[in-house]
Design a binder for this molecule. Structure first.
Ligand code: ARG
Length: 491
């Protein structure tokens, strides 16, 4: 049997494999709410402009609402033979209201229909992701406030570089996520135009009102060029690009959790909620959630690459290749959403071992820069010279396998005779972080200020819950102590 919707000139139906490769219903049925919304707006506009009689519009609207109910209750029977969501809905409308159903497709095509559906879906997806991103930012900023003074090693080249605070490290991700949110918001601004009414590609001879449908669907305006309207998938590529960058950020954090959880680092502990055991090695606690967040970045990047490749050789306007946009986008958004939720869960669950972090913060001559800075400040050495003196002291300490603070004053003076007792004051990790008060630096006071600024901002957006009464957990306190129920105190 040939297709009722486009089979006028066809004598027979498609080959089995044709149906198989052609059908998108298995994955585009999730566009049903958007498709119905678009059809309702289109029908209302056809009525308002007098293109369809009011009675027809009423019948169509009734039918579409009935279909919505069927889909919501799961009664609706999606059929592969009807290819996609658009034709499944239209066929069902025909079953329900008869031939009037055929009038809904006046002045539109599946090409502008699918472009509209995908934009509506994308807009909702971006809005949901934004809420999740804000939740993760809130979780990070909450913890940053608690651990504002908890010292840990800061790394470059994954070599201990200078002491930083755990709170500062967490806030670095709050900044990254803010940029991620900016990218999604930007994509949302550009995608919020309505392609409906571009019809197949050239527009239509019917006196439609595209501004009316655009407004009804919450778009800022109709798209301006009918050819572009049906062939543009930039908006999906932008979402995938933003999702990829965000997934890359989450993956870096996940990798840090994996590292921090190794007994060799021993910086943090995750509870049973976010770890698994080994079926053969009873001693193990594996950071599977973090590994999966790290791993899922792969499929998100893959979706971006796939859609770029699908689009790159396509002449204007619509080609069926473009049906390949959906699965990647749906999967990428779903994966990112999972990663955001799992990461927020891990952040809330993370229990840092503040003693271990502090111990390692001082390892690897991490306060050498503080010593060099002191030589500049106290002895007015040019920084390059101070660097050299410090290098010699580090070499001396390394030769004896001890920390800088274990060198005697005589040892120090053998390299630079003007060094005095006060030098020992700058060799501690806590003093080191406390001294880094430059804007954006790791000093606990800065970290507290930034964490509070973020929490206030997130609350103002309405995306963070009311402030919990967090206490500050500095390095003075023992590891794994529950957040003290008191105001933050300066160390
Ligand atoms: N299922 C199609 C897609 O996702 C809808 C548009 C079909 N248009 C067409 N001219 N065959 O791209």
């Amino acid at each position: 049997m040939s297709n009722r919707m486009w089979g006028g000139r066809f004598a027979s139906g498609p080959a089995e494999i044709m149906e198989e490769i052609n059908a998108s219903i298995d994955f585009d049925k999730r566009l049903a709410p958007q498709d119905l919304r678009g059809s309702l707006a289109h029908a209302a506009m056809l009525g308002a402009t007098g293109i369809l009689p009011r009675d027809d519009v009423k019948a169509i609207e009734g039918g579409l609402e009935a279909i919505r109910a069927e889909i919501e209750t799961g009664e609706f029977k999606f059929q592969r033979a009807l290819e996609d969501i658009h034709m499944n809905v239209e066929q069902r409308l025909h079953d329900l209201i008869g031939s009037t159903a055929g009038r809904l497709h006046t002045a539109r095509s599946r090409n502008d229909q699918v472009a509209t559906d995908m934009r509506l879906w994308s807009r909702d997806a971006v809005d949901r992701l934004d809420v999740q991103l804000a939740e993760l930012q809130t979780a990070l900023a909450d913890r940053a406030l608690v651990f504002a003074a908890c010292v840990m090693p800061g790394f470059t080249h994954l070599q201990s570089a200078q002491p930083v605070t755990f709170g500062h490290h967490l806030l670095a991700y709050v900044e990254m996520l803010a940029r991620d949110r900016g990218r999604f918001a930007d994509a949302r601004l550009r995608l919020n135009e309505c392609p409906l009414g571009a019809a197949a590609l050239a527009g239509t001879s019917f006196p439609i009102d595209r501004f009316m449908t655009a407004t009804a669907l919450g778009f800022d305006r109709p798209t301006a060029n009918s050819l572009d309207s049906v062939s543009d998938r930039d908006f999906l590529i932008e979402i995938l690009a933003a999702a990829s960058i965000c997934a890359m950020h989450l993956s870096r954090f996940a990798e840090e959790i994996v590292l921090w959880m190794t007994p060799q680092f021993g910086f943090v502990r995750l509870s049973d909620k976010f770890t698994t055991g080994s079926s053969i090695m009873p001693q193990k606690r594996n950071p599977d959630a973090a590994e999966l967040v790290r791993g899922k970045a792969g499929r998100i990047f893959g979706a971006l690459q796939a859609l770029l490749v699908v689009m790159k050789g396509l002449p204007l306007t619509y080609s069926k290749d473009m049906q390949e946009d959906k699965e990647g986008v749906f999967d990428a958004v779903h994966s990112l959403s999972l990663c955001l939720a799992a990461t927020a869960g891990m952040v809330r669950d993370l229990e840092p071992d503040v003693q271990a972090m502090k111990r390692w913060a001082g390892a690897g001559y991490s306060t050498a820069t503080d010593l060099a800075d002191w030589l500049v400040r106290a002895l007015h050495l040019p920084f390059r010279e101070a660097h050299h003196v410090t290098g010699r002291l580090v070499a001396m300490a390394a030769g004896r396998k001890v920390g800088l603070e274990k060198l005697s004053l005589e040892d120090m003076r053998s390299v630079e005779p003007r060094i005095g007792e006060e030098v020992f004051g700058v060799l501690g990790v806590e003093r080191s972080v406390r001294s880094r008060t430059s804007y954006g630096g790791t000093a606990p006071a800065n970290v507290r200020k930034q964490a509070r600024r973020w929490l206030a901002r997130l609350r103002k957006e309405g995306k963070a819950p009311a402030p919990p009464r967090v206490g500050d957990r500095g390095t003075q306190e023992g590891p794994n102590q529950r957040d003290a129920d008191r105001e933050v105190s300066l160390p």
